[in-house]
Design a protein around this ligand. Structure first.
Ligand code: NAP
Length: 286
């Protein structure tokens, strides 16, 4: 029950109306029996600093940060974890003892979750896209000891930045999507991860749309695991095609839940919730 003592955790972004975080986080808070609720707050770019500073003054116990502010909130935080610094992206905030924002990023742990039980050491990986989520994915692939990480992107500038960002940890091979060498990478990859939004559910759905078009996928074969970060629709057109070709497929729902579990643990100083509590809430909702 919401009472006059109830505190809250919020998601800040723009837009936030499609987020599934309130569904799974409220299920988890209820399971823990905490007097806390989780809400989504849409926020304009101009108001971001004012909103985050105001939330420090009231009964807000923590925040998730989503598109397009994962980078922008750096200036407002007084403590930033090594992983958020490495990725140059923040997705979770809580107030420290000085009532200042302390920040971290839980996306790497989220990404790794469905891969942990598979033996992928020294395997070959291919990442599609070079935006924010690609950074978490690449750090996850490094942590899982993949032997090679290649990235295909349509954007030379962000591709070069991405490669530079990880140069102290691994040499990443970057190719533009129109390079013929991409076919070889697809054929040889043990794992392909789609971090582009192509295939997401939109207001005007385009049927069977695949990242970089249909011919890009002609070399895909059954030994490859295909992981799409998109969770709505599940499966995406890419995962449907991959399953048809006999590939093992992973959608973005487990990552969403696993990063949410880690954020909740950060806000509550270590409380844990079984994975199925959040996962079941989402499955029931979707
Ligand atoms: P982002 O920073 O905007 O990056 C998107 C990347 O995809 C960029 O490299 C972009 O290239 C590329 N791209 C966009 N449209 C494309 C198209 N039509 N064809 C080819 N490439 C295209 O977004 P993000 O934060 O990385 O998120 C990417 C996706 O991951 C979203 O679908 C998001 O929902 C999903 N995600 C899921 C989870 C989860 O928990 N499951 C977590 C994080 C993200 P340009 O720079 O040229 O536009």
């Amino acid at each position: 029950m919401i009472t006059s003592k109830t505190s809250f955790i919020a998601l800040i972004g723009n837009p936030v109306s499609h987020s599934l975080s309130p569904i799974m986080q409220n299920a988890a808070l209820q399971y823990l029996g905490l007097d806390l609720i989780y809400i989504a707050i849409p926020c304009s770019n101009d108001d971001l600093v004012l909103v985050l500073n105001s939330l420090k003054k009231i009964n807000c116990k923590g925040l998730n940060i989503t598109i397009p502010y994962k980078k922008k909130v750096f200036d407002i935080c007084s403590e930033i974890s090594p992983i958020a610094n490495q990725l140059k992206a923040i997705n979770t905030l809580k107030l420290n003892s000085k009532k200042e924002w302390s920040a971290t990023n839980t996306d790497v742990e989220g990404f790794i979750y469905p891969l942990k039980s598979l033996n992928l050491t020294r395997k070959k990986s291919l990442v599609l896209g070079s935006g924010g989520a690609a950074r978490s994915v690449i750090q996850g692939l490094i942590n899982l000891n993949f032997s090679t990480i290649s990235v295909v992107s349509r954007n030379k500038t962000s591709l070069d930045e991405l490669i530079k960002n990880f140069a102290d940890q691994i040499t990443i091979q970057g190719l533009l999507d129109n390079n013929h060498g991409t076919q070889n990478l697809i054929e040889e990859a043990d794992l392909i991860v789609n971090t582009t939004p192509v295939g997401m559910k939109t207001a005007t759905p385009e049927k069977n749309i695949l990242p970089y078009g249909d011919t890009f996928w002609k070399s895909l074969n059954s030994k490859t695991i295909v992981y799409d970060l998109i969770y709505n629709p599940a499966p995406t057109p890419l995962l449907k095609l991959s399953a048809k070709k006999g590939c093992m497929t992973i959608d973005g729902l487990q990552m969403l839940v696993a990063q949410g579990l880690k954020s909740l643990s950060f806000w509550t100083n270590g409380l844990e919730v079984p994975f199925h509590i959040m996962n079941d809430a989402l499955k029931k909702y979707l």
